[in-house]
Write a protein that binds this ligand. Structure first.
Ligand SMILES: Nc1nc2c(c(=O)[nH]1)N=C([C@H](O)[C@H](O)COP(=O)(O)OP(=O)(O)OP(=O)(O)O)CN2
Ligand SMILES: [Zn+2]
Length: 136
């Protein structure tokens, strides 16, 4: 019997959407205002969902405290109040779109969990724009 345990988190971060190998005109055409060289910020909201069997002794799939600490170390400490393009190594050569951010977060959290757990990450970039990565 599989059960999904979810925890919400949030972080504030700045970014700019552009490709270094494109002209300013092409970046403007594709990314519009998100290509502003002055960067802009979002209040990102995160949902981390872990699916697995209930441990019959503890009644837990995963201790929420353990999940909270993983999210803090892997996401909040790494991304909160950072400029993603400049201060977060994963985005040095990767455009920090919501799609790329959610995959980076998945890849940081997955190795911290028991291999038998399934992981799904949902990231809200704005209250109306969100992406989900179920890891496949
Ligand atoms: N597929 C994607 N499209 C866009 C992304 C993205 O990450 N993936 N990102 C952006 C911008 O960074 C930003 O999210 C857009 O902000 P904004 O236009 O302010 O957001 P809203 O649409 O929610 O604002 P409205 O008030 O509804 O206009 C753009 N595209
Ligand atoms: Zn943006």
């Amino acid at each position: 019997m599989k059960v999904t345990v979810s925890r919400k988190a949030h972080f504030n971060a700045a970014h700019r959407l552009y490709r270094k190998d494109w002209s300013h005109e092409k970046n403007d055409e594709v990314f519009g205002k998100c290509n502003n060289p002055n960067f802009h910020g979002h209040n990102y909201e995160l949902i981390v969902s872990v699916t697995g069997d209930i441990d019959q002794e503890t009644g837990y799939v995963i201790d929420m405290k353990v999940l909270k600490d993983i999210i803090k170390e892997e996401v909040e400490d790494a991304f909160d109040h950072k400029n993603l393009n400049i201060e977060v190594p994963e985005f040095k050569d990767l455009n920090p779109t919501a799609e790329n951010i959610v995959v980076v977060i998945y890849n940081k959290i997955k190795p911290k969990l028991k291999a038998s757990f399934d992981l799904e990450i949902t990231l809200y970039e704005t209250p109306r724009n969100f992406v989900t990565y179920p890891g496949n």
